[in-house]
Design a protein around this ligand. Structure first.
Ligand code: M6R
Length: 610
């Protein structure tokens, strides 16, 4: 994914654009660029690398244009270099655009334009779109028409902004499949992929819908469909505050977000627990109670960390409600021919609400007639808007590319959903009360784990030079093993694999030697003894054992090299606690290796392309 931002107003555009890019840099950081308009001339500056590289090329004190667009890129078509960086212009440099998404039929359009004599400088699909709009503008002399015409011809996705040398008082914004919102300030407008770039200037926004364009002028804005039908856009309020997207004294966003979890978990269950009834109240699902009661199967679909949360959700729902649950990678779900029956519920989980594969799975499920629910963090995001009903996780903006607080909030919401289905089916009031009461204790228990942060940092230092890690867990903690391995590889670039502990002897055991750290989740539950046997197997092969264990377990110290304790809780809620040491272990390992923790190489916060 990429981040785009545009400004039209009374202040210096360059300042606001650079600031907006910095706030959205987590969306992509391969290259950045900006175009401003002065006296009928578009001035474009772009550079490979982070936004700071671009900033070095711009003398903000000399910039006085009040209109411009900018982009931070996560490369899809063409290498990250200066030429492929956005903005991209038409041949006459009359029209320039920034774009987030993919133009799938760009090769065919490029071929046609080349036959007509147009030339291209970059390898990008975006330049083809810019030249195409430019060609149509040359022909029809109407910018809005040229944009709508071009967009009706392209396949693929776009969130885009258009700046024209002939229109110093106009920006055009358009969206299909990639997020775009317009902040409405006092005589100024900030359009962006992300509320983070807007919130400093205004909290009033409109979210563009798919196939909608906005013509923004100094006097106001006008929205319509690409096929030229007027639309009405509701003004909404951004729900978070500026300080939530700042580091607040932490060295990295990831660390800040890890330490926010006691609060974010509370936000996920606040007002939703009916403790005395052993039940929950989920306002976002109220209108589909009938479908929920008749659910015969639940299919959870998601990607990455959200998929790991889905696996825990499967165990929770089957355990409490006795309803069969399947968990599918969204990318697989969308390309198979999944069997969906009348009483199936599809549950899509996504932090960003913009992941292309998850969105496509949602569309597929809807198309097949399923009731589709969302567990989404970003309010107003595509998945949140497209699903029939849902539950927001309320974790606040997650900026660190490695997902942390979003995961534990998803687990919290999944536990609420499991209680809900449970109470509709087999869960007793007594059991419901027990789980609800224990959920209330979770934030304090996480604070207790933070007391081990220094110890975890020491363990990280000890093992940071390892080339491979193995993460093992069973039952509710198997998905946590997967999540622990993902966190480590994402930000420290150390190869790590997660497995169900018992699977180790079916293959991975061959990897174990004295150089291999093996991380076990060995909390006290009915499979504790089995895990201890797995640990013994690793010990016999000289592997280095790091164990996550329940407070008070002294036996584990005789078999493990390092032990990190977590407070006791119900087995179904253990993942919310056991993942915390893994987040910290990954963080401190990456810190030790001097990696760019918030912006790990090759990654972007949400993957809005296939
Ligand atoms: O925004 P989503 O939850 O849909 O994102 C899904 C994955 O792309 C995401 O969880 C990814 O795996 C993270 N980088 C994990 O830390």
């Amino acid at each position: 994914m990429c981040g785009i931002v545009g400004y039209l107003g009374k202040s210096s555009a360059a300042n606001i654009l650079i600031n907006g890019l910095k706030r959205m840099e987590y969306r992509g950081y391969d290259s950045a660029g900006m175009a401003v308009l002065n006296d009928g001339i578009i001035k474009t500056t772009k550079k490979k690398g982070k936004v700071s590289e671009l900033e070095r090329l711009v003398d903000l004190s000399k910039e006085n244009s009040t209109i411009g667009i900018a982009h931070t890129r996560w490369a899809t078509h063409g290498f990250p270099n200066d030429i492929n960086a956005h903005p991209h212009s038409d041949q006459a440099n009359k029209i320039t655009i920034v774009h987030n998404g993919i133009i799938e039929n760009y090769t065919a359009i490029k071929k046609k334009l080349t036959l007509d004599g147009y030339q291209f400088k970059s390898e990008t699909d975006t330049e083809v779109l810019a030249v195409f709009i430019g060609a149509l503008y040359e022909r029809f002399g109407d910018l809005e028409y040229a944009v709508r015409f071009a967009l009706s011809e392209v396949d693929g996705t776009f969130g885009m902004l258009v700046l024209s040398a002939d229109h110093p008082d106009m920006l055009i914004a358009a969206r299909r499949g990639s997020p775009l919102l317009i902040g409405i300030g006092d005589d100024e407008f900030v359009a962006a992929s992300d509320a983070a770039a807007v919130i400093q200037y205004t909290k009033q926004v409109i979210y563009l819908n798919d196939n909608e364009i906005a013509i923004i002028t100094r006097d106001g804005y006008h929205t319509k469909t690409i096929s030229n039908e007027d639309t009405i856009s509701k003004i909404e309020q951004i729900e978070f505050d500026l300080e939530q997207i700042e580091k607040g004294g932490f060295e990295h966003f990831m660390l800040k977000e890890i330490f926010e979890q006691p609060e974010t978990i509370q936000n996920a269950f606040r007002g939703r627990l009916l403790v005395d009834e052993g039940d929950v109240k989920l306002g976002g699902l109220r209108q589909i109670q009938e479908q929920l009661r008749s659910a015969e199967r639940i299919i959870i679909t998601a990607c990455g960390t959200s998929w790991h949360a889905g696996l825990v959700g499967e165990y929770m729902i089957e355990h409490l409600a006795n309803i069969p649950v399947e968990v599918e990678y969204a990318s697989e779900f969308r390309y198979r021919n999944p069997v969906i029956k009348k009483n199936d519920i599809v549950l899509a989980i996504s932090q960003s609400g913009e992941t292309a594969d998850t969105m496509a799975a949602v569309r597929e499920a809807k198309q097949k007639g399923a009731t589709v629910l969302g567990i989404v963090n970003v309010v107003g995001s595509s998945i949140a808007r497209y699903t029939s009903a849902g539950v927001y996780t309320h974790a606040g903006p997650e900026i660190g590319v490695a997902s942390t607080k979003a995961f534990t909030s998803q687990l919290t919401v999944l536990s609420l959903i499991a209680i809900m289905f449970g109470r509709m089916n087999t869960l007793s009031k007594y059991e419901g009360i027990k789980i609800a009461k224990e959920l209330l204790n979770i934030p304090d228990k996480i604070k207790k784990i933070f007391e081990s942060a220094d110890k975890i940092q020491q363990i990280a230092k000890q093992h940071a030079k390892a080339k491979n890690f193995l993460y093992l867990g069973r039952g509710y903690n198997f998905p946590v093993a997967l999540e622990g391995a993902l966190k480590l590889k994402e930000i420290s670039y150390i190869h790590a694999e997660g497995y169900p502990a018992a699977e180790m002897k079916h293959g991975p055991i061959a990897l174990i030697d004295e150089n291999m750290p093996v991380v076990f989740i060995a909390t006290q539950d009915e499979i504790y003894e089995k895990i201890i046997s797995n640990i013994e197997e690793v010990k016999a092969r000289k592997g280095k054992i790091i164990a996550i264990a329940t407070e008070g377990d002294t036996r584990i110290e005789s078999v493990a090299d390092n032990v990190i304790y977590i407070p006791e809780t119900l087995p179904m809620l253990t993942p919310i606690l056991s993942v915390i040491p893994f987040q910290l272990l990954a963080y401190y390992t990456a810190l030790e290796l001097d990696c760019d923790i918030d912006k790990p190489r090759n990654l972007a916060k949400s993957v809005t392309v296939e």
